[in-house]
Design a protein around this ligand. Structure first.
Ligand SMILES: CC(C)(COP(=O)(O)OP(=O)(O)OC[C@H]1O[C@@H](n2cnc3c(N)ncnc32)[C@H](O)[C@@H]1OP(=O)(O)O)[C@@H](O)C(=O)NCCC(=O)NCCS
Length: 157
């Protein structure tokens, strides 16, 4: 059902374990092989449980169907000026450019503020032009270079 002005009705809220079935297709598309196993309802519910102590998982519904999700980490640290990290953000391809990610990110920013974070950071691929365009439009700007190193299990300390 469309909203009063003919635009889809987008609702954003915290994820619940009962969202697992609706999240399966979203996780399949977003994480794919990186999920590390079959994306089943049980596996998704397990991930939601694992993430719960550290991450706020947020979902978006368009006309009562899950169409996107985001996750946010705000952790206590030595840093007296703590920041929040937007860990994941995904909107199913058919529901893009409807403002769904904008709503998810605004909601995440609200949670970050409530936790006392003074700013929010996000890591995204240098070649992910869609995400870069989205984040810029949402007020984010490049501020650092991310570096990484794969950790081998047997490497000595
Ligand atoms: C990036 C992504 C989350 C954007 O979701 P979305 O719901 O389509 O974004 P919105 O509708 O809220 O877009 C808001 C504004 O961002 C900009 N924007 C979003 N997608 C864009 C694109 N593909 N190209 C150019 N600008 C874009 C536009 O300014 C847009 O406003 P407009 O539609 O009025 O022009 C979505 O494309 C996605 O899930 N991509 C794959 C996953 C991903 O890369 N996630 C981020 C990595 S952490």
């Amino acid at each position: 059902m469309a909203g009063r002005a003919g635009t889809p009705r987008v609702r954003v809220r915290m994820a619940r374990l009962e969202d697992a079935p609706g999240l399966v297709p979203l996780f399949e598309t977003f994480y794919g092989a990186f999920f590390g196993g079959r994306v089943t309802e049980t596996a998704v519910a397990g991930r939601l449980r694992l993430a719960a102590p550290h991450e706020s998982v947020i979902v978006a519904e368009v006309d009562d169907r899950l169409t996107g999700f985001a996750s946010l980490r705000v952790t206590d640290s030595l840093d007296p000026d703590p920041y929040a990290e937007l860990a994941d953000l995904f909107v199913e391809p058919e529901s893009r450019r409807l403002g769904v990610a904008s709503r998810l990110v605004k909601y995440a920013e609200g949670i970050a503020r409530e936790h006392g974070a003074s700013h929010i950071v996000v890591l995204t691929g240098q070649k992910n032009t869609e995400a870069l365009a989205f984040y810029r439009s949402a007020g984010y700007e490049e501020f650092a270079t991310a570096m990484r190193k794969p950790l081998k299990l047997a490497e000595s300390q």
